[in-house]
Each structure stands twice: as C-alpha cells, then as structure tokens.
Design a protein around this ligand. Structure first.
Ligand SMILES: [Zn+2]
Length: 153
C-alpha cells in the first residue's frame, strides 16, 4: 500500500539524468578542458547523479567526504571553468552567494531564503514580455528569474 502522505513532492525532486560517469573525460575534452585528475573527480561529483544546484562550499565538503583533496580556491576555479565551458550554469543569488546548476537548459529558480536552497521553476511557468532592446551590438543570451521565497508566518 502506498502512503500518500509520505510520498515525496515530485515537483521539488531533481530530475534524473543518465549517468555520464564513463564519458566524463570525453565531456571535459569536448568542452575544451584538459581532463586532469582533479577536474574528472569534481565532474564525477557534479554530474554522476541527478541534476542539482551546488555551491562551491557544498562541493568542497562533498570532495572532502569522497577523499578528493582539493582546496576551496581550486573548486571555485573549476566551477567557473566548467561554467565558461558550458557544462554548468551559475545562479547568482547575491554578491557573495552563487549556486552552480548542472541543468544548463532554460529555466528559472525559487530561492528559499530560510533554507538557502535553490529549486527549479520550468521555463514555461514564467512569461517574459516587453524585454528592452539590448544595447547596440549585443544580443540577449538568456533571462534568469530568481523568485525569492520564505516560509509564510
Ligand atoms: Zn536549476
């Protein structure tokens, strides 16, 4: 029997993706990054499971737990290299807080302030109208919406 009250809310769960572990080296090469031992180890932590949003500090903790010996500075550098190579999307919450999204497709985010957590909003849920003309010689790459929420009291 299925206990509905204890079923996880599917809308809040990360979507499954096929494991990319066997081809991470190839993925890094195709993205123009030399597959160093550290990069492959970090890519395994980032991409081996489901799509998710991770901060540099969280990835640093996960690396330590997996006995991958890398400094927080190296984690920052690698995350930004992955982002520049198109493997990650950065979700900037404020000047001191960024999350890195393994799902690079178009979508938006809730930021749950009490939990410091990011949750996906499908692109189709938000209609963006009347965007201004970009500055001359520029084109719009994408529009990120972060909807900030906290527990209603
Ligand atoms: Zn996302």
């Amino acid at each position: 029997m299925i206990d509905k009250d204890h079923m996880p809310d599917r809308s809040l769960m990360p979507r499954p993706v096929p494991s990319r572990r066997p081809c991470l080296t190839a993925v890094l090469r195709m993205a123009g990054l030399r597959p160093t031992r550290q990069r492959v180890a970090l890519a395994e932590l980032l991409f081996a499971g489901q799509h998710r949003h991770v901060s540099a500090e969280q990835l640093h903790d996960e690396a330590a737990a997996a006995r991958v010996n890398v400094s927080l500075a190296t984690i920052y550098n690698s995350l930004h290299q992955f982002r520049e190579a198109g493997l990650l999307r950065e979700v900037a919450i404020d000047a001191s807080r960024s999350y890195f999204d393994t799902d690079t497709s178009d979508h938006h985010h809730f930021y749950i302030e009490d939990e410091q957590r990011v949750v996906d909003i499908p692109a189709s849920s938000i209609v963006i109208q009347n965007l201004p003309e970009p500055p001359r010689g520029m084109s719009i790459t994408h529009v990120d919406v972060v909807v900030r929420v906290k527990k209603a009291r």
